[in-house]
Design a protein around this ligand. Structure first.
Ligand code: NAD
Ligand code: KPL
Length: 305
């Protein structure tokens, strides 16, 4: 019997992973916030994944953080700002040689979690898959993509990548996972805040090409300074390519703001500006962008951290 995957967070990505693992016969348990959420979940039939318009429901077992069973493998599928408090609730349950798979976007939360549970192996992920919630316990698989996984402290890939293979989760073990995370952070910093400030789809940034180019130049300087030259390579052309390829999409940050949800700004632009300050690097446009975004969020009564 293979090791159980505990999945923390029944949101978009947590459900996307839980349903595909369950479909492949891999043992999965879903950790819900509290007894009220568990009762609501248990009143239904399980988790539903909608793919190409066809839906399937999987009766994944749910539990609360205070369940007694030890956790050997934990997929952390909450937002970056929830990761530390979510792990704190589970700390007592983590086996001595537990493995954590961290799906959070941006940078900062992964190091914070790893420091919180130094006995565990923390594997970080960067994903281009896309999913959104259509209601409680129901997720739409919106964008097929890829997930890169890696461990900056230990290059050996874990054996459970076979589970991902069986589940049809496209993935690759990467020895350059930090480069991937930095590159994605830079892309998100060049695109997402501007889509919020200009209230536009990604393609709308074609009307703001100078601003995008200036930000890319500053972000590339930051990446070089942070020891990530590979992530800096041809950043501007990659950003232009993504803007074109996703022209009709609203960025994830745009959608968070439109739905009055907290953004992951602190783990994207906030992290970038802090890194610049640590290196005494003056990046005026990036800093101004952060100030504009924080102001925009505050004016609308939204969290700006
Ligand atoms: P989401 O908001 O849909 O889901 C997060 C879930 O975690 C929510 O259901 C929330 O209630 C739950 N949660 C938070 N704290 C918890 C706790 N203490 N105990 C139990 N549950 C808890 O978020 P998402 O869209 O799945 O994103 C997760 C991460 O993946 C983010 O960092 C996001 O940027 C990244 N990501 C998402 C996508 C996507 O398409 N959705 C793609 C790539 C990366
Ligand atoms: O990842 C994205 C997001 O919306 O968060 C893209 C499409 C790359 C835009 O930055």
């Amino acid at each position: 019997m293979s090791t159980t995957w505990h999945i923390l967070g029944a949101g978009s990505l947590g459900t996307l992973w839980a349903t595909r693992l369950a479909r492949a016969g891999v043992p999965v348990r879903l950790i819900l916030r509290d007894h009220a959420r568990l009762a609501s979940y248990q009143a239904g039939n399980g988790l539903t994944l909608v793919e190409h318009g066809i839906e399937h429901t999987y009766p994944v077992i749910g539990e609360t953080p205070d369940s007694p069973e030890p956790i050997q493998r934990l997929l952390v599928a909450c937002k970056a700002y929830d990761a530390q408090s979510a792990i704190a609730q589970l700390q007592q349950r983590l086996a001595a040689d537990a493995e954590l798979i961290l799906l959070q976007n941006g940078l900062g939360s992964q190091d914070a979690v790893a420091a919180q549970v130094p006995q565990a192996r923390s594997i970080v992920a960067s994903s281009t898959e896309g999913a959104f919630r259509e209601g409680d316990w129901r997720v739409v698989f919106a964008g097929h993509g890829y997930t890169w996984l890696g461990d900056t402290g230990q290059p050996t890939p874990p054996l459970w990548l076979d589970d991902l293979h069986a589940a049809g989760i496209p993935h690759e073990w990467s020895s350059e996972i930090l480069t991937r995370l930095w590159r994605k952070l830079a892309l998100n910093c060049a695109i997402n805040p501007l889509t919020v400030l200009y209230q536009c789809r990604n393609g709308g940034l074609q009307d703001h090409q100078c601003e995008v180019a200036t930000l890319c130049a500053e972000l590339a300087e930051l990446l070089e300074c942070c020891g990530q030259p590979a992530a800096a390579q041809a950043l501007h052309s990659e950003v232009q390519r993504v803007i074109q390829a996703t022209a009709s999409n609203y960025s994830s940050m745009y959608q968070d703001v439109a739905n009055a949800r907290r953004t992951e700004i602190s783990y994207l632009l906030g992290y970038a500006c802090q890194a610049a300050a640590r290196h005494q690097l003056v990046l005026p446009h990036l800093q101004q962008l952060q100030a504009r975004l924080v102001g925009y969020l505050r004016e609308r009564g939204l969290a700006s951290d």
